[in-house]
Design a protein. Sequence first.
Length: 206
Amino acid sequence: MAPWKLPLVVLAIVVPVAAGFYAGGPGAGVGAAALVAVGIVVVAVRERPRGAIGESPSGVDRQRLLVVVSSAVEEPEAIREIVDAAARTRSSSAADPEVLVLAPAQIGFLDRWASDLEGARREAQRRLVITVASLAKAGVTAEARVGDEDLVQAVEDQLQSYPATEVILATGDAEEDPAGEAAAIELEPRLRAEFRRLVVSGPAAR
């Protein structure tokens, strides 16, 4: 934790409890303390470990390219970058490289509230179909898979069974795809595999 955050954390704990005791007496103070404790537990549970993700490329027995798409990839320039990455992995290995396209099923607020997860899966499958078809036209065969709604968690989960030597994250720009921007910032220092981000146009995942 950054040093400047510690005083803010202390204030967030002390102020509600003190205000509760001052305004409502011991009962309110104890209630405020209980709410603060619950909040701390929730934050601790949701806090993601910040360690390295994936295996070292030197320890992987085969070249594997993982393409993670929060936006569908069909622009010729972006497809060419993925094709070139596949070509590089092919030249560094006797075996043909594996290419896997992963689309997180990112669930919108209203969908989550209505417990409608199928819409998010259909949108993820749409991005997969567009991207895999565009790669096939360029001569690259890829498998497709729908992943966790959280981009970073989706990559971390996938790398446990698919130890990639290179990860390409395709997102919209920072304004239209803030989740993709945040994921790119977090993944770059944590991934052991080579990492690259592609910014593509078009609607990003919700």
